[in-house]
Design a protein around this ligand. Structure first.
Ligand code: PMT
Length: 404
């Protein structure tokens, strides 16, 4: 899996630097090209020469040490890798990255990159639990950084707890999982229909009812499905997002528009994922002209919209159906009820009362409930990573007994 992959390993200063040396050796043996950047404090634990010897590549330690006049090292390095791994990631490095500080080779390069970044923290257990570090990790998650959690056990500082750099073999396993899920393209030939964003239910030419959905979750799912080789159609309510590349994009406004667009494509779809926040009610009457202000109250009578997902559930044949549930209380109970009532294969529940979950945020905290009563609880993750893991579950369901 790692053969010919270009990995930029960022080593910040903690006692776990020795594990980063072992990691460099294993990655190189697996066929990856590893370039290493080190902070000054990392060099106090292990010398650059160790990494240079293990990687057979130059090691970068100083932003201003420009060896090649044809380029700018930190920009070239930012553009070079397939992925970036920070291991060990100290509390200091995490803090700098979360706050956009660029005062060394690693933090400067990371500000300039668009490559996926994996962070493997290592520090004292109390540092790891400190609200500042917790907040900084959340900020990094909201930037789309992904994490390889530290292990629990005896720490070099004498404490026992969470904070040990994940073992090199475990880090390699995580990277291989990511690479394999993106290179194998298990959804080749599959038609995947995804809905995203809010709907707008018009009252008159200037007023409508809507909700807070930004579309970020559904667009991330569309992107993740396309990366796995699916032929993706994204039906979106009004958002300010750009349609992901390589996706058939259909803009709709109201729940009724979305219903029509979905129903038309349902028979030829293999998978439908409904991340949209569809209005449950719409104004019974709409007015052709702007309603004028009048003394006293204005009562707008509302009527139910059609439940698109429930309709799909009633009519489904070979299709795999995935719903979302935005709940603010009794999340599991309500989600499981929707799973059963709408005849779904899986439902993604997010507790919209939790910070970092639900509407608008770049992160989400979800639990996936499946028909067979199993569930997968995910920690706070970027919506990109939630979408990636959700699509892996979709692939597993498609390969399972009912769909193979
Ligand atoms: O867009 P973001 O800002 O990123 O926010 C993401 C999100 C919070 C919108 C998303 O994660 C989410 O939870 N989407 C579903 C929101 C919702 O409408 O949940 P619900 O519990 O009301 O509906 C359950 C399911 O039925 C949903 O899959 C919904 O698309 C579907 N539904 C609901 C009503 C309706 N008339 N037709 C439907 O198909």
């Amino acid at each position: 899996m790692l053969k010919d992959k270009k990995i930029l390993l960022c080593v910040s200063g903690g006692v776990a630097v020795f594990k980063a040396a072992a990691l460099t050796s294993k990655l190189s043996q697996a066929g990856a090209t590893v370039k290493v950047m080190m902070t000054d404090s990392a060099q106090k634990f292990v010398t650059p020469l160790t990494f240079q010897t293990l990687s057979r590549q130059p090691v970068y330690v100083d932003t201003f040490d420009e060896k090649d006049p044809r380029g700018v090292a930190h920009i070239d390095l930012a553009d070079w890798p397939d992925l970036i791994l920070i291991a060990p990631a100290t509390a200091n490095m995490i803090g700098k990255l979360a706050n956009g500080i660029a005062d060394d080779m690693i933090s400067t390069t990371l500000l300039a990159t668009t490559a996926p970044v994996y962070v493997a923290p290592a520090m004292n257990v109390h540092m790891y639990e400190h609200p500042a570090v917790v907040k900084n990790l959340k900020t990094l998650a909201s930037f789309g950084y992904q994490f390889i959690e530290p292990g629990e056990g005896y720490l070099a500082c004498g404490y026992v707890g969470k904070g040990r750099l994940s073992e090199p073999q475990e880090i390699i396993r995580v990277l291989e999982d990511v690479i394999s899920s993106e290179s194998v393209k298990p959804l080749n030939g599959k038609q995947v229909l995804i809905t995203a964003g809010p709907t707008q239910e018009k009252v008159d030419p200037v007023r409508y009812f809507t909700n807070h959905s930004s579309g970020k979750m559904g667009y991330a799912v569309a992107e993740a499905a396309a990366k796995l080789g699916a032929d993706v159609t994204l039906i979106s309510g009004p958002t300010s997002l750009e349609a992901p590349a390589g996706v058939n994009f259909i803009n709709v406004v109201s729940a009724a528009d979305m219903y029509e667009a979905v129903m038309e494509r349902f028979p030829t779809s293999d998978v439908v994922i409904k991340a949209a926040a569809v209005a449950d009610y719409k104004p019974k009457d709409t007015y052709a002209e702007k309603m004028k202000k009048q003394p006293g109250q204005w009562y707008v009578e509302m009527e139910r919209t059609t439940d698109i997902l429930a309709t799909l559930g009633k009519n489904k044949q070979h299709q795999l159906l995935v719903g979302f549930a935005a709940e603010s209380e009794r999340v599991e109970g309500y989600a499981r009820k929707k799973l059963a009532m709408k005849n779904l294969d899986m439902i993604v529940a997010n507790d919209i009362s939790e910070e970092g979950a639900g509407f608008q945020a770049n992160t989400n905290i979800v639990t996936l409930y499946k028909r067979d009563e199993t569930k997968v609880e995910l920690p706070i993750l970027s919506k990109t990573e939630v979408a990636r893991q959700l699509m892996q579950e979709v692939v597993a369901l498609l390969e399972g007994p009912r769909h193979e």
